[in-house]
Write a protein that binds this ligand. Structure first.
Ligand SMILES: C[S@@+](CC[C@H](N)C(=O)[O-])C[C@H]1O[C@@H](n2cnc3c(N)ncnc32)[C@H](O)[C@@H]1O
Length: 291
């Protein structure tokens, strides 16, 4: 059971008005990520007019981009303030997305229906601080995924990172007119769990700057462990892709529920081409080249 103090709600509620500052240009990232997701969905999903569920939509980074491409999107997140921001962002763009507040560990109980594509992008899943909590979420995402549908999860590649001591991660210098926002993170490790402090310095070119800090916890879970947990939750054909991401460190997981998948994924997964050697069904799959 996650302790209330480990919940990321307060972190994201406080970060919501500034979340877009994490990106050099949020609009461009929205469009770029939607392009990547669109190609993944077209390759993986059997339904050619897929309905999408985003269970960690935040301020709408992926939901809005996909809705702009014409997808029907339903989106939820655990942070009420992020959902408020996402609603405003969608309204400003005249997009019809059904937003609601929900914990992904209760995604099916909350949404009560299936979708062709279920996603949790940009390192949302590692906010769940144990294998048991992640499995609980994946079981709910599995119930939300229609036959022949897919589930897309993007996370940091923790196995490729140094997970010790205290680390400083410069994040972004964001310029809005003359105003500057400097964001950096400090990670304090305690085993595989680390506390992330997000520092934001707001420089309005006065003598004094304003500084804020927001803290949350993450579980530095490996993609191998996520593959194992997705498979345990019922997903088949779990694959690690290295093609999506705002930064260099994001990895994509995709899982396909029952159905004939041999004809899908030919571009993304060359081993699925009719004459190519096939990976063993139901197991973890190979890594693709990052682009
Ligand atoms: C790094 S943000 C990514 C948000 C969004 N996908 C984006 O790229 O802008 C991680 C998100 O996961 C959400 N989150 C964390 N734990 C959650 C949970 N148990 N259920 C639903 N959302 C959760 C947070 O509120 C936050 O919006």
């Amino acid at each position: 059971m996650m302790k209330e103090s480990d919940s990321p709600i307060d972190f994201y509620d406080r970060l919501a008005p500034y979340y877009h500052l994490i990106y050099p240009d949020w609009e461009k990232s929205v469009a770029r990520q939607a392009g990547h997701l669109d190609s993944i969905i077209k390759e993986l999903c059997e339904n050619k007019t897929p309905h999408v569920l985003d269970v960690a939509c935040g301020i709408g980074t992926q939901s809005i981009g996909l809705a702009q491409l014409g997808y029907e999107v339903v989106a939820s997140d655990i942070s009420p303030k992020e959902i408020e921001c996402a609603r405003n962002n969608a309204k400003l763009r005249d997009l019809n997305i059904a937003f609601s507040v929900a914990d992904m560990r209760a995604a099916f109980s909350h949404h009560q229906r299936t979708f062709d594509v279920v996603m949790a992008c940009d390192n949302a899943v590692p906010h769940l601080l144990s294998d048991a909590e992640i499995l609980k979420a994946f079981e709910q995402l599995y119930l939300c995924t229609a036959d022949g549908g897919c589930c897309v999860v993007s996370v940091r590649d923790y196995a490729a990172m140094d997970l010790t001591n205290t680390q400083v991660k410069p994040y972004n210098l964001h310029q809005e007119g003359a105003d500057r926002y400097f964001l950096f993170q400090v990670w304090d490790f305690d085993g595989p769990i680390y506390e992330l402090s997000m520092y934001m310095i707001e420089d309005k070119r006065n003598a004094e700057c304003a500084a804020r800090v927001m803290r949350t916890k993450y579980y530095a879970v490996s993609t191998d462990k996520l593959t194992e947990l997705m498979t345990a939750a019922g997903f088949r054909h779990v694959q690690r892709l290295e093609i999506l991401g705002r930064g260099e460190f994001f990895i994509q997981h995709a899982a396909h529920v029952e159905g004939d998948v041999d004809h899908v994924g030919e571009q993304l997964f060359p081993e699925k081409r009719p004459n190519a050697p096939q990976p063993e069904r139901g197991g973890p799959f190979r890594t693709l080249d990052r682009h």
